[in-house]
Design a protein around this ligand. Structure first.
Ligand SMILES: O=C(O)C[C@H](O)C(=O)O
Ligand code: SF4
Length: 517
């Protein structure tokens, strides 16, 4: 095979996967958007998502800043040189990282050092299989960390909150899957797609669940029981009211694909792989002689024009603004300003915000902050950054990361440094809510995955600290204009996340009675 050409083909596959969603996924998002009522928070979030999809496509830049763990599944004719193919894929990954199409995402688990080029022990994941066909089939998924953290594995029988006992039968499996959607709440950037693996052991069960994510959103399961179960889940999981970003609403699940394999008598696993709306998976067929792409996969059927979708949304955005209070925040912010904010308010931020995620929060617990954070805003964000020819940092993608990971630190950090607001996604827990009340702080929810939309609000990079933690984990000083987010936790003890979790648990309990006998 022409390896240079194959490397080029892999580069194209990576760039396309990171920057443009496949048609089946685009249609699922458009369907979700059509289901939401104009003027709701969910509709507003989906409009932002639609705008982001369009921008990523136009800018050929990452849809979401978390470009995930690149995972390749490759089928080759007997005789294809897998060692050479692997080398070509590695080279394509390094190039895509240099070009800002992938975030440097590979971190040494022991030292915390970011390799900088997306290579590392076990990274990327490349799985080969031989087949009798005379062409190569390469599929790629870029699955981000926030949704990966919401994967869950059940061992049947078990007892599930809201649903009671789940036994070793189709009905027990049904309960596990509904519970999996419930427990993800908005944290994996709902509305999401799930792949479910029934059976196997803990490792092969998850493998099977992830394999289901390579099925087309629109396919029909050939197994009658699983087809019925998939349809049941699609219909009923959307009644949980979790909605886009966990804001409440009609669309919680965009796709459900279930596979089954044998198990051993003592084990009965149900493994669920959760993927965010930014479902970046694509595939190509490759000519084994020339190394060229002969066909793109997942691209059959109608396409969605997101520019047109956005025109439709114009009126609903206006309707939304009619009822919502919009507040402009310019840091430094006073306690008095914060106390005036209520859950549901939309804020527009102008000025400097500081990124801080996992490494920074841990660090700040027992170190001084590199800048004065009094009255300031921390943004839970690990951006994609590139240096331009003049040596200045450019933001390539910069959406929020899942905030709940900072729950053990957040309240203490806010109090210690006088931070008045944090921006993130998915909400935070009781400890932070209490601290917001005591100290006078707010939690602002940005739209997860909308990395191009927020990058556009960032007008300049004014500095960076702690770059030794790697690009995603450093503290970036970003000057923003009209950075929009929703107050979902205020300083009066209110939390939209707590409310949605409670009401969705009540709704989950409606599905307690057996359905599949
Ligand atoms: O790492 C990130 O930037 C985001 C992550 O995928 C998340 O959803 O928390
Ligand atoms: S931020 Fe959201 S959209 Fe991006 S990878 Fe994480 S879960 Fe997916």
């Amino acid at each position: 095979m022409n390896m240079e050409k194959f490397q080029q083909s892999m580069y194209e596959l990576i760039v396309e996967t990171s920057t443009k969603l496949p048609k089946d996924v685009r249609r699922a998002i458009a369907r979700a958007k059509a289901r939401e009522n104009a003027g709701t928070r969910a509709a507003m979030a989906l409009t932002t998502i639609a705008g982001n999809i369009k921008m990523a496509e136009e800018n050929v830049s990452p849809i979401c800043q978390d470009t995930g763990l690149p995972t390749f599944k490759i089928k080759v004719p007997v005789g294809a040189n897998q060692i050479k193919m692997k080398e070509a894929i590695h080279a394509a990954i390094v190039q895509a990282t240099k070009d800002g199409k992938l975030r440097p995402n590979s971190v040494d688990s022991l030292t915390g050092k970011n390799s900088g080029d997306n290579l590392g022990v076990g990274v990327p994941v490349i799985k080969f299989e031989q087949w009798e066909n005379d062409y190569i089939d390469v599929r790629l998924i870029l699955k981000g960390g926030g949704c990966e953290n919401k994967n869950i594995q059940y061992s049947l029988p078990c007892e599930l909150e809201g649903l009671g006992r789940a036994g070793r039968d189709l009905d027990g499996i049904r309960k596990c899957i509904l519970h999996a959607v419930y427990q993800a709440q908005g944290q994996g950037c709902s509305a999401g797609f799930i792949g479910v693996g029934i059976g196997g052991d803990r490792a092969s069960g998850y493998e099977l669940a992830k394999d289901q994510l390579f099925r087309s959103v629109d396919d029909v399961n050939p197994n009658e029981d699983l087809r019925r179960l998939e349809e049941y889940i699609m219909e009923n999981a959307n009644k949980l009211g979790i909605g886009t970003m966990g804001f409440g609403g009609e669309s919680t699940l965009l796709g459900c694909k279930i596979g089954a394999m044998h198990r051993i008598p003592a084990s009965f696993f149900v493994s669920v792989a959760y993927n965010c709306w930014a479902f970046r998976r694509l595939g190509v067929k490759i000519d084994p002689e020339t190394g060229e792409i002969t066909e793109w996969l997942y691209q059959e059927g109608e396409d969605v024009d997101f520019a047109k979708e956005l025109e439709k949304a114009e009126t609903s955005a206006a309707a939304q603004l009619g009822e919502t209070r919009e507040v402009v925040l310019e840091p430094p912010i006073t306690e008095e300003q914060i106390r005036q904010l209520k859950v549901g308010d939309v804020v527009r931020i102008n000025g400097i915000i500081y990124t801080g995620r996992d490494a920074i929060h841990k660090y700040l617990m027992d170190h001084d902050a590199p800048v004065d954070l009094n009255g300031q805003i921390i943004y839970h964000c690990g951006p994609v950054m590139l240096k331009d020819e003049n040596g200045n940092w450019q933001v390539k993608a910069a959406g929020p990361t899942t905030s709940i990971r900072e729950e053990p630190y957040q309240g203490d950090i806010m109090k210690k440094f006088g931070v008045r607001a944090v921006i993130g996604k998915g909400g935070m827990g009781a400890k932070t809510l209490q601290a917001l009340k005591e100290h006078g702080g707010v939690y602002l929810n940005a739209i997860g995955g909308a990395a191009q939309y927020y990058a556009d609000c960032i007008k300049s990079v004014e500095g960076v600290d702690l770059l030794e933690f790697g690009i995603p984990e450093a503290m970036w000083h970003l000057r923003v204009e009209n950075f929009t987010a929703v107050v979902t936790m205020d300083s009066h003890g209110n939390s939209l996340h707590e409310d949605v979790e409670k009401s969705s648990l009540e709704k989950l309990a409606q599905f307690k009675e057996p359905v599949f006998k």
